[in-house]
Design a protein around this ligand. Structure first.
Ligand code: SAM
Length: 218
C-alpha cells in the first residue's frame, strides 16, 4: 500500500474521485459497495443478462466484466452459470476477486487502452460502477464493439448520479443522448434502455447507483 488511510479516508476517496490501486483496501471497497446496493445491482444486471443471453445448455455464454473490481457482478453472473472473465486496472482488486472465486479468469487491463483480449472473444460484456473512469467514450464503445462476437450484447448500467464525476475525466460531454450516439457510431445495431428502480442509499451524489441499463446488440 502506497498510503495508509483510515476507513473514513478510504470511504471519502471511494466516494469522491478514487484512485483505487494501492490505496483502497479491496475488502473495504467491497463492504462499502455492498452497503450502497451492489448485490441488488448485480441481481438486476443478472436478470437483464438472462433475458438477452439465456443459458441454453453447454457452452454457456462467455461474458467479460470490464473494470470488474472485486467481482460483485462477475461472481453473481458466474453463480448463474455464465462463463465469466474479469478485467480491471487493479491487480489487488482482482486478487481479492480470485480469493472469493478462483474459477474466474482475471487479467489486468486498462479500459481506456487496449484490453488484453482478441476481437470477437465474447458473447456479452458488462461494466458496472466504473463509468467515471472512462476518458474517451468513443474509444470505449468501439473497443466494446470489437470484443463482441456478432450478435453479442453489451450490458451497460448508466448511473445519472455518477455523471458529474465522469464528466471530470471524459473528453466529451457526458449526457445520455451522447452515450447512445457513441454506441450507434461504434456500430451497435440495437440499443435499448432498460429502466431499473433507483435505490438511492446516497450519502452524497458521488455514489454510483445505476438507474438504467443500456443493452446494445452488435
Ligand atoms: C467503483 S469500482 C466498480 C467495481 C465493480 N465493477 C463493481 O461493480 O463493484 C471501479 C473499478 O474501476 C476500476 N478502474 C478504474 N480505472 C480503470 C481503467 N482505466 N481500466 C480498468 N479498470 C479501471 C477500479 O480499479 C475499480 O475496480
Amino acid at each position: 500500500m502506497a498510503e495508509r488511510l483510515s476507513r473514513q479516508e478510504m470511504g471519502e476517496r471511494i466516494d469522491s474521485d478514487p484512485d483505487y490501486e494501492g490505496v483502497i483496501d479491496p475488502a473495504f471497497y467491497q463492504e462499502r459497495a455492498i452497503f450502497y446496493g451492489g448485490l441488488r445491482i448485480a441481481r438486476r444486471v443478472g436478470n437483464i443478462v438472462k433475458d438477452s443471453l439465456p443459458i441454453k445448455g453447454a457452452p454457456s455464454p462467455h461474458i467479460l466484466d470490464i473494470a470488474a473490481g472485486t467481482g460483485i457482478v462477475a461472481r453473481h453472473l458466474s453463480s448463474l452459470g455464465y462463463d465469466i472473465e474479469a478485467t480491471d486496472a487493479s491487480q489487488s482488486f482482482l486478487a481479492y476477486l480470485n480469493e472469493q472465486d478462483p474459477t474466474i479468469p482475471t487479467a489486468v487491463g486498462d479500459m481506456n487502452g487496449r484490453l488484453p483480449y482478441g476481437d470477437g472473444s465474447f458473447d456479452g460484456l458488462v461494466t458496472s460502477w466504473a463509468n467515471r473512469f472512462i476518458t474517451d467514450v468513443d474509444h470505449f464503445t468501439r473497443s466494446a464493439h470489437g470484443l463482441l462476437k456478432p450478435d453479442g450484447f453489451f450490458f451497460w448500467p448508466i448511473a445519472i448520479a455518477e455523471t458529474h464525476l465522469w464528466q471530470k475525466r471524459a473528453t466529451t460531454l457526458i449526457e445520455f443522448p451522447n452515450i447512445i450516439d457513441s454506441l450507434d457510431r461504434a456500430g451497435f445495431e440495437q440499443i435499448e434502455s432498460k429502466k431499473v428502480p433507483s435505490e438511492y442509499k446516497l450519502l452524497h451524489p458521488g455514489s454510483a447507483i445505476p438507474e438504467v441499463v443500456l443493452v446494445a446488440k452488435k
